[in-house]
Ligand binder design. Sequence first.
Ligand code: C2O
Length: 529
Amino acid sequence: MILFDLVQASPVQIPDLTRCQVASASSDRGPPVTLYFNCCLPITGPIVDFSFEKYKPISKHIRRPAHTASDEYIAKYIKAYELMRALPDTDPRSLKVQANLHCSFCNGGYLQAGVTGDIPLQVHFSWLFLPWHRWYLYFHERILGSLIGDPGFSLLYWNWDDQVYGGNQLPQMFTRVNTSLYDEKRRVAVQRPTIVPLAASTPLNLNDSIVINQNLNNLYQAIVTASTATLFMGGELRAGDDLRNSTVMKNRLGGSLENGLHTAVHYYVGDPRTQLLQNMGNFGTASRDPIFYSHHTNVDRLWDVWRFSMPDGERSNHDDPDFLNAEFVFYDENANMVRVTVRDVLEHQKLGVYYEKGGSDDLWISYSPPARTNQSAVPVAVAAGVQYVREAPLNGIISIGTSFSAIVKRPSEKKQSKTLEVLNIQGVQVVRDEFVALAAFVNIPWAGASTATDSVEYLGTFNIVPSTDKSKHLKVNVKYEIGDNLKRIGISEEEEVVISLVVTGDSNAVTIQGVKIDYEDQEIDYEDQ
Ligand code: C2O
């Protein structure tokens, strides 16, 4: 219990839209550069409250995989985005304003309302991520449908988790030059038929079968074993929480779907010929590319798969009132401003949205990652002089370079049922504005840039997209379920384990403050997070 944090908590509110600031993103890759975005949103009238009655679905929106779409459906999709692109920039339904919605709530365009001090509103890196993006897609889809006069128009999902039927390549429909779905700012090396890796540390020139196995393991580690709401969806963010200054104990925590898989896809689609990996590789520009919405439709679908299709049964979302009552603002298909809450988006069927099952979900859901090792690496690591790292603040600030290994003690008390054993990399901070990926391994003291992520020693990757000046030096905790990994390796009786971290990107950029392994309840004790 952290007493000084017991301030009156409350849900995030919609910001005061009359107070917009210039948003920005910067990069130190090459000569330092800062891009400024005017993402200020048009105020079209009074903000009305969402109700299921008012937005009753006229027909079902059934979202299907993009790579299975018919030519006829693709033509419709192209038409819808053509019309959206053709709207004037002042029209909230235009692609320009749709993109600005994302930019303004990720890159510091607005400040939180009802709090003391100037705290930027940020919809990433916390439990707000999944519900905000689900609402975003909901209104985006309705706008596209209304532009082509088809109320049943449905977004297609980029089925990048599908490693069998070709979902893991850029969907062909988005790659046709001179159509409204094309964006020229994309990474050349990730064009079809390249398989898009789901860990940002994977080189693009590997053999397909290697990438496929790494992808399956990445999906397994980020979705199947991340069974709690905090691990998967991300941690709490309440009104007044400031991403820029938090104590190590209370550091924000993005979920495994967001910080691992989702962000890796942004990274690989972003164009390295631009300094900020535009468009997809930077939150300020990502949703200028129509593939963004298809990418996020898959993220949204995977949230559903996580909840309802896992072998251990149904999983629970956060249910804290400050989560349920958090509110956002969007534009509907008539350019009206609508106030929505997280509570109303949790069951997408109530919004008329349905998902057709992904082509090969079962392959990663039932994946059994192979173990590369079969005995504890601690003795070897001790002999090689690997240091012990304890929980923060006992270590000070540790600079991890390109790779770093530590011996970490496991908790001594016995594991109860219904608890997960969780590794917490505390106080991770990236001190430069550049895309950085931090991969974590257990029991491989020699892990480095070429260590593959296809075995059970791999715990996951935390990817950091440069997002904004204003949340520069973001400090977060990164958590991974580790019990399943230890069991599969056969070292679950050991008292200590070797944890290794590998950095892709700037090797001087990352510091941490501690590493801790603990049991966490499935039930979340919010006060202790
Ligand atoms: Cu708002 Cu994929 O990010």
